[in-house]
Design a binder for this molecule. Structure first.
Ligand SMILES: O=C[C@H](O)COP(=O)(O)O
Length: 318
């Protein structure tokens, strides 16, 4: 399996004057994002392979107030076998799991038990998810709790207020403290982009999160009124590219929230491939956070297996 990043993002010093020069041209970003539709870029016979790749990059998620250990155990069973074995066999694929499961901190232990013996990581949200409106010491304590329960990855939420007030130094300091609290666990920084008002804020928050050592930047909690969108994702991917150019370090990207269809899974992968290259399309650098995406992908895969493309084509991403 392509394991989660083993080398953690070391981060860099905060360079506030540099932020003042970051400015996103919103209409241009929107135009570019809308021109990248999967319909234009992906041939029908390649789509099954792209969908299987999406499955291996899913952070299969349950983040509901009525979660129970039993529900989490069922989610984990699905993570271990997201596509029926006979369908995988028909496509010549031996085994497939999702990228991770993502749960609340009190459900980490149940997930750990259900995934024991597998390589599927457990991701836990923390820091007062989804709003993050708790004192910093409590947010850090929640990260440590999730780690002690056995989380391999921690999805933290940033303080939107610090972005909206332009207090980048305070945001950087908080995120550095969170990075430290994560210890060896992967840190994914949720920007909650639907609450950041402008794409320029999204770009700046992306840079601060990466400079503070985030291993992934993630769009949304799934609880904001506006969650992952293609223009926001484009801006975050370009920030990731800039960070890579400046530091040589590859930060991962996790679109999350409201992604429900196979078409979404294709569109976001096309965007990734166009902006960062296909090499980024693997679980150590790309995750899709989703609670209800898998069902539609399963349906499309089953059409593929029983349809004309499976008989006529080798499974390939083109
Ligand atoms: O991080 C994952 C998101 O919370 C999932 O959002 P969703 O339930 O809209 O798929």
């Amino acid at each position: 399996m392509d394991m989660a990043t083993t080398q953690r993002n070391p981060g860099t010093d905060l360079t506030p004057e540099w932020f003042d020069r970051i400015a996103v041209n919103t209409p241009a970003a929107e135009r570019r994002a809308s021109s990248l539709t999967a319909r234009r870029s992906l041939k029908k016979e390649w789509q099954a392979a792209w969908l299987l790749n999406a499955v291996r990059c899913i952070d299969l998620t349950t983040l509901s107030g009525d979660d129970t250990p039993d529900r989490v155990a069922r989610l984990c069973a699905k993570a271990l076998q997201p596509i029926a074995p006979e369908q995988l066999a028909a496509m010549g694929v031996k085994s497939l799991t999702t990228g991770a499961v993502c749960v609340y901190p009190t459900m980490v232990e149940a997930a750990r038990r259900a995934l024991a013996g597998s390589a599927v990581p457990v991701a836990s949200v923390a820091t007062g998810f989804p709003a993050g409106l708790m004192p910093l010491d409590l947010r850090l304590a929640e990260i440590r709790y999730a780690r002690d329960e056995g989380a391999d990855e921690i999805d933290i939420v940033i303080s939107r207020a610090l972005v909206l007030c332009g207090d980048w130094s305070a945001l950087y300091d908080e995120l550095c403290a969170m990075r430290e609290a994560c210890g060896p666990a992967l840190m994914k920084a949720i920007l909650a982009t639907g609450e950041l008002k402008t794409l320029t804020n999204v770009a700046r928050a992306s840079h601060v999160a990466m400079q503070a050592g985030a291993d992934f930047i993630k769009t949304s909690t799934g609880k904001e009124p506006v969650n992952a969108t293609l223009p926001v994702s484009l801006v975050m991917l370009r920030a990731i590219r800039d960070y890579h150019d400046r530091t040589g370090f590859r930060v991962g990207f996790k679109p999350a929230g409201g992604l429900k269809t196979a078409k979404d899974a294709l569109n976001w992968q096309v965007l990734m491939a166009e902006e960062l290259g296909r090499d980024w399309l693997r679980p150590s650098l790309f995750r899709i956070g989703a609670s209800s995406l898998l069902g539609d992908i399963e349906r499309q895969i089953s059409h593929y297996v029983t349809g004309r493309y499976a008989a006529s084509s080798r499974l390939t991403m083109g």
